[in-house]
Write a protein that binds this ligand. Sequence first.
Ligand code: UDX
Length: 469
Amino acid sequence: MDCIQQKPHAILVCFPLQGHLNPAVQLAIKLASKGFTITFINTQSIHHQITSNTQKDNDEDIFSDARKSGLDIHYTTVSDGLPLEFDRSLNHDQFMAAMFHVFSAHIDEAVQRLMESGPPVSCLIADSFLVQLGRVAKKHGLLYASFWTQPATVFTIYYHLDLLRLNGHFDCIDRREDAIDYIPGVQSIEPKDLTSYLQEEETNTICQQITFKAIHDAKKADFVLSNNVHELELQAMTDLRKKVPFYAIGPLLEFTKCRVAVATSLWSKSDCTQWLDTKPTGSVLYISFGSYAHVTKNELQEIADGVKLSQVTFVWVLRPDIVSSNDSDPLPKGFREETGDRGMIIPWCFQNQVLSHPAIGGFFTQCGWSSILESIWYAVPLMCFPLIADQPTNRKLVVDWKIGINLCDKSQITKLEVSEKINILMKSGNHELKNIIKELRRTMEHALSREGSSERNMDQFINDFHQAI
Ligand code: UDX
């Protein structure tokens, strides 16, 4: 009698922000292409935001095309505990509180439902920042994989939070301001290179609570899957691998390995490729501060004046909520007219398409991890302006790797600094940065090749997974 082995079925839950959704979708595709059945859980709010940007038939979801390509990916949605019309960007702390206190109960019910109705489930994979889901997995007798979307270095620093406390660099009255040189796997770093949550004066904020609980949960996970590349963060990775079942399987990027189209954009995209086609190679600066962070009106003013002063040609993604105020146009008066055809200002774009365009010569970025990985993939040097969360630590990596330059600290931004640094990025420093970033691209390509580290880590994960079920 033939023995038909059941495909492993994993439920994958993503954190409802663009920078987390994109790699989670790629993870789903990767696992499905390796023989997993995946049920992907999105929040109703994110689902609603995506579908209002796409003209999909009612019975289609973001993975319809993936299924047509033979991938076994199912899709469902749950509430994040807030009404659909609630403005999650303006009321950030309430949104985070719902993610902390309410969301896991909704996932718990969804897992119960899926276990009663679908093919047998063996694993719950959840974004590391979705706290309490390790507990949900254990309650249902499932393996728990924590999905890490930031650098391994950031994970390592959080892992050693107790050392930061013990040495007076966090959570004490007179914080030390000297270098931090005692974290295993992390070379000496300055306090300004810590994540924003470790630099805050306040303690016990909702973001700190989520982050610290995320690491606490991840330490106990059966597996930690990460959007990292082993060779890029060798020291951190070597240290982590001794402590946690950490599998670096990145970069999880669209169009790298499995060419399946999945619409994930949370805002409606403007196409600027025709405009870019008219510009010389490497002449255009791409400006975007990602999906999540805000800047003040004053910072935006200095940035805009600096961009104008630099005389550079630019594409600027100005997210509708970039300045947390109800201003209909946060740009300085006259900026659009004065820069004219030198600039294209759009609310959102298909970032990979823009970065891959030959006209793009530099990326002025908030240093989101996906943005950095994408920029390396398309060999576009960076100018770093970290705003929140892991971004200050990510900046440190970019500058250490010599694939980008630092603009300045947020509080010190001036138009002169912006203009000068843009000129270094686009002109005097561009050639050298570009040569090094091309090397890192090759490192990534190699990691994804058959014998490469990410591919081997993926195989190792699958092997260990089968041993564990
Ligand atoms: C945060 C964190 O800082 C980041 O490190 C973490 O991994 C995710 O959350 P965010 O701004 O969302 O920040 O991160 P970023 O890494 O920049 O991801 C944004 C994603 O949106 C990228 O995949 C990018 O391609 C996409 N994007 C951005 C677009 O598709 N269009 C745009 O116009 C801008």
